[in-house]
Design a protein around this ligand. Structure first.
Ligand SMILES: [Zn+2]
Length: 74
């Protein structure tokens, strides 16, 4: 069985397929706590973006995930 852990905090996921607290975003697998931290950290930027663009948002999200997984902290 493949062991999957959160890209950011390295928390092990026992059951990533059925675990609804695990998310795949922009090529990263992250746990709910890290996803919340990312959402929170990009929220001010997202709110100031006019007009809102989905492509831009996905880019921002995946950049933030790349950065957080390198730091090991969201
Ligand atoms: Zn995590």
């Amino acid at each position: 069985m493949q062991i999957i852990s959160c890209d950011i905090c390295k928390k092990k996921m026992d059951d990533p397929i059925n675990d609804l607290n695990f998310f795949y975003i922009g090529g990263h697998g992250i746990c709910e706590a890290c996803k919340d931290n990312i959402d929170y950290s990009i929220k001010p930027t997202v709110r100031n973006k006019e007009p809102f663009a989905m492509d831009w948002y996905h880019k921002l999200l995946s950049d933030s995930l790349d950065k957080a997984s390198q730091k090991g902290k969201a």
